[in-house]
Design a protein around this ligand. Structure first.
Ligand SMILES: [Zn+2]
Length: 469
């Protein structure tokens, strides 16, 4: 069956129809981090959804060119730099570095390009796009010297956000990058410099100033991917005003349809509530890692719910993620033992076929895909319990796994146990063999105190990182 996604623009499930079918190339633009603070787990939920999208399309034989921008100049970054009393570039660099560090620990595949809005190349593109918009009467310079977009001159303005176009009226000008649906207005393309902007200043035909947030993405997307792109992603909170503005700007300049498919990731809740610093439920990736979870476990917790459904992040959910990955690890170990490592599994076909991939074809139905994985684990474990799985079948299962793991990236990196933990684990295994359970419990407590957990399974003792409190 064809690959299909929910397109926010049409509000319909549509078949993926790339512009360049022959070469199987797909261009994807994903709105990246605004580097004014460390990204939180909700941001990373969207980035993990985009990672899953890319990996699945690659598994289906497409060549992906993905661009993710870095917003390093906008209202928030300028405010942050001013408050920290450091130059803008120095202020944003720390959060750029942190973003890549966190993305790596979540095993998010790198995009092909990470353009930064402050790169002079893209500032030049922004200026020339604004110039065209003014020449077409879609933008104008106001008496405050800033340049604004005339939204009522763009026939499709509001279509992505599904506003009632007949009733749509501008409520005046908006200079801020972010505003709600109650304040639809002529948004800023170029903001004239004022003292509060500090060193965030570039020359332009309209005087010194800086770009608005929205024109940054239009410029970087078209500069790197061309006037038309296949897929554009972001979080639902990007739909308005950001993506609505991107369409108005880009199509206003090119006169062509900018994006074929708009995919948006739903919000992440924490314990059923919106994440907010004031509620004390605001977590970054390091916050989760500090509770002795791994990036792999957080990746599992953030990927396992379909991107269009709200995901409720809880510490119980993190424990479940650890247990699920533990089941995968145990299964792989057993399969490895049965396969015996002698068979070249790359030549074997698995009887599991393509159900996993078919589920992802269906608007990235990850719950069905994982359901199929765990059903397969149950089946093969049962066969191994009954000694009914031969080496060849085990190797075929491993082969199937290595294929789907290209998409999931769940496999343990086999992080070596610290020496002290190894010693305690060995002593505990011996104590259990000698049926000295008191000693075995003591050693378990010692392992716990060091942050490790000993589990007794059919295949002996397993040592894993202990879940946080
Ligand atoms: Zn963007």
């Amino acid at each position: 069956m064809a690959i299909r996604f929910f397109n926010t623009y049409s509000r319909k499930i549509e078949e993926l129809a790339p512009r360049d079918l022959k070469s199987r190339k797909i261009e994807i633009y994903t709105c990246g981090p605004t580097v004014y603070s460390r990204a939180h787990v909700g941001n990373f939920r969207a980035y993990i959804f985009e990672d899953l999208l890319q990996r699945h399309l690659e598994a289906r034989g497409f060549k992906i060119h993905r661009v993710m921008n870095i917003t390093d100049v906008d209202d928030k970054t300028i405010r942050g730099a001013r408050e920290a009393k450091v130059p803008l570039q120095k202020f944003t660099q720390q959060f750029k570095d942190a973003f890549f560090q966190d993305a790596d620990s979540l095993r998010i595949k790198r995009a092909d390009d990470y353009p930064a809005a402050t790169d002079q190349r893209y500032i030049d593109t922004m200026v020339s796009m604004i110039d065209v918009l003014i020449s077409k009467g879609l933008a104008y310079q106001a008496d405050d010297k800033s340049v604004y977009y005339r939204i009522n001159k763009f026939p499709n303005y509001g279509k992505l956000a599904h506003f009632n176009l007949d009733e749509l009226r501008s409520t005046g000008r908006v200079k801020h990058d972010d505003y709600d649906k109650e304040h639809i207005g002529e948004f800023a393309l170029w903001k004239s410099w004022d003292e509060e902007d500090g060193d965030a200043k570039w020359d332009s035909p309209w005087g010194p100033g800086r770009p608005g947030w929205h024109i940054e993405c239009s410029a970087m997307a078209t500069a790197l991917l061309g006037d038309q792109i296949d897929i554009h992603c972001g979080g639902v909170d990007n739909i308005f005003p950001h993506h609505e503005a991107e369409i108005a700007q880009t199509e206003g300049v090119t006169g062509k349809q900018f994006v074929r498919m708009w995919l948006h990731c739903a919000h992440l809740l924490v314990d059923g509530q919106k994440m907010a610093k004031s509620l004390g439920n605001f977590y970054t990736v390091p916050d989760v890692l500090e509770k002795s979870y791994t990036g792999r476990e957080l990746r599992y917790a953030l990927i396992r719910v379909n991107y269009r459904t709200q995901l409720n992040f809880t510490w119980d959910g993190m424990k479940e993620a650890r247990e699920s990955l533990g089941r995968i690890d145990d299964w792989l170990e057993r399969l490895g033992e049965v396969a015996g490592g002698k068979i070249d599994s790359s030549k074997l076909d698995s009887k599991f076929g393509h159900e996993f991939d078919d589920a992802l074809d269906d608007d990235l139905n990850i719950s069905a895909a994982l359901g199929f994985l765990f059903e397969t684990i149950r089946e093969t474990n049962r066969a191994m319990d009954e000694n009914k799985l031969d080496a060849k079948a085990a190797a075929a299962s491993l082969n199937w796994w290595s294929r789907i793991n290209q998409v999931l990236d769940f496999e343990s990196d086999g992080a070596a146990l610290p020496e002290e933990v190894k010693k305690l684990a060995k002593a505990r295994a011996q104590a259990r063999l000698a049926k000295d359970f008191r000693k075995s419990d003591e050693l378990r407590d010692k392992l716990n105190a060091l942050g490790w957990e000993a589990r007794d399974t059919k295949n002996g003792q397993k040592i894993t990182r202990r879940a946080g409190a």
